[in-house]
Design a protein. Structure first.
Length: 458
């Protein structure tokens, strides 16, 4: 009862308590259900064994490394943890430096060891209000072992002796699905390893490529339309940037749909800033492959244009400039009307960073050449906003930039500029006249009301 009363008095107490709990448990996220921990015994080193017996000892060491320890207990099983860490390091060095060790019998043992160590159900965040931009992530407690296992997996996949034909029985769709689930780990170190591992698997296993793309697609759709919570969006987009780069032409309809139905709607998420650079890269890659997609992309961005978040507006303007850097003149003409109406709104923004970012477009030489070619359409759209801002904006830097843009427009098409100036001034005069008439009408109405009140009182 007293707790409820405190909540009413101070609604922030819950958040403070959550922060405190988070700080206490920020050292780890793994909760292994270990029975009585197996005490490990150090096995002989591989370099000290006869070559004929090395494969058997290699498998024994892999099996020994399948024992998983609870790192939430910092003082438990210290000796065994150290034996396993040394064994993992030895295995990494062994497959890196020794040729011919990846024989067919070791493949199931390698994949089993990797699966035992890295595949686990990720616990819910200790902080339900976790903000990736402000809060420290919960780091993986078992990282001293998990890191070496990831290193081993990478060396295994990158080894000159690696045979995809042997590995495909074990690195299958189930393996990939479990790997993709780990991308939701809060630990950025783990996601970085996962990114490289998945990229290597995509490159080595042709039969898994369509499946990997489909599952990434599903993760993104769930993120956009259901949860808006997934830590590995940026890393998955980074992998996709390389994949899109390798798409054959003409693009398949499946790939075009992925752009319009997944990549464009990804712009609407609240956490856009965490993965925007990777997302913009993917979008530009598509346009470099197929310029005919430009209209869909630009109109998609305009549809999801932020209304209340100036930080996101600045990001959208940056991405739009990247698109305009690769746009073809014919495609530019299809989108210039809605595009410059939005740019005019941004230039008019009271938030100076939004206005400044939009005005920087006029420093782009290629974009200036497109504006010059289509000045008769663009100038009438932009002129009213620019002229008004030059007289009214509170920020002097913006006013100076606007003067430069107006000067450029005057040089591009002086005759049209003079016409627009005259029209704008005439419109302003009409508006002022209407305003004056409206004020006079109100004064008359007020006078009538006073007169009526006087008559009634008499």
């Amino acid at each position: 009862m007293s707790a409820k009363i405190v909540d009413r008095i101070d609604p922030f107490t819950n958040k403070v308590a959550v922060k405190a709990r988070k700080q206490k448990r920020s050292q780890g996220s793994s909760h292994y259900k270990t029975k009585d921990a197996t005490e490990l015994t150090a096995l002989p080193q591989l370099k000290d064994i006869a070559p004929s017996e090395q494969q058997e000892m290699f498998i024994k060491k892999l099996q020994q490394c399948c024992v998983v320890f609870d790192f939430m207990d910092p003082v438990g099983d210290l000796k065994s943890k150290e034996i396993k860490r040394a064994c993992l390091n030895e295995l990494v060095d062994y497959i890196t430096a020794t040729r011919g060790v990846l024989a067919e019998p070791v493949y199931p043992e390698i994949v089993k060891m990797i699966a035992y160590n890295i595949f686990r159900t990720l616990p819910p965040s200790d902080n339900p209000d976790f903000d990736p931009e402000e809060d420290d992530p919960t780091l993986e407690a078992s990282w001293p072992h998990v890191q070496i296992v990831y290193e081993f997996l990478l060396r295994f996949l990158e080894s000159p002796d690696f045979q995809p034909s042997f590995a495909k029985k074990f690195i299958d769709q189930k393996f990939v699905l479990q790997l993709l689930e780990l991308f939701d780990s809060e630990d950025p170190r783990e996601r970085d390893f996962l990114k490289t591992v998945l990229h290597r698997i995509y490159g080595k296993f042709l039969g898994l490529r369509a499946f990997i793309r489909k599952q990434i697609n599903n993760i993104f759709l769930r993120f956009i339309y259901e949860t808006e919570s997934f830590n590995g969006v940026g890393e998955l987009l980074e992998i996709l940037g390389s994949i899109i780069n390798g798409f054959a032409l003409p693009l398949k309809s499946e790939h075009k749909q992925f752009l319009t139905r997944v990549l464009i709607p990804l712009h609407k998420a609240k956490t856009l800033s965490l993965y925007h650079s990777q997302l913009a890269y993917c979008v530009v890659q598509f346009l470099e492959k197929d310029a005919t997609l430009t209209e869909q992309v630009v109109k998609g961005l305009l549809k999801f244009w932020p209304k209340t978040c100036s930080q996101k507006e600045v990001m959208f303007l940056g991405e739009l400039e990247e698109i305009l850097d690769v746009i073809e003149p014919t495609q530019f003409q299809k989108v210039m009307d809605p595009l410059f109406r939005q740019i005019a709104r941004c230039v008019s923004s009271p938030h100076f960073q939004v206005a400044e970012r939009a005005l920087y477009y006029w420093n782009n030489e290629y974009l200036m050449s497109l504006i010059e070619e289509n000045s008769s359409t663009i100038l009438p759209i932009m002129f009213p906003s620019l002229y008004r801002i030059s007289k009214e904006h509170w920020n002097q830097t913006i006013v100076a930039l606007v003067y430069n843009v107006l000067k450029t427009f005057m040089e591009i098409n002086g005759k049209l500029f003079d016409e627009l100036t005259a029209n704008y001034k005439a419109e302003r005069q009409k508006e002022k006249k209407k305003e004056k008439e409206r004020e006079e009408l109100w004064k008359k109405l007020e006078k009538l009301e006073i007169n009526n009140k006087t008559k009634i009182s008499h």
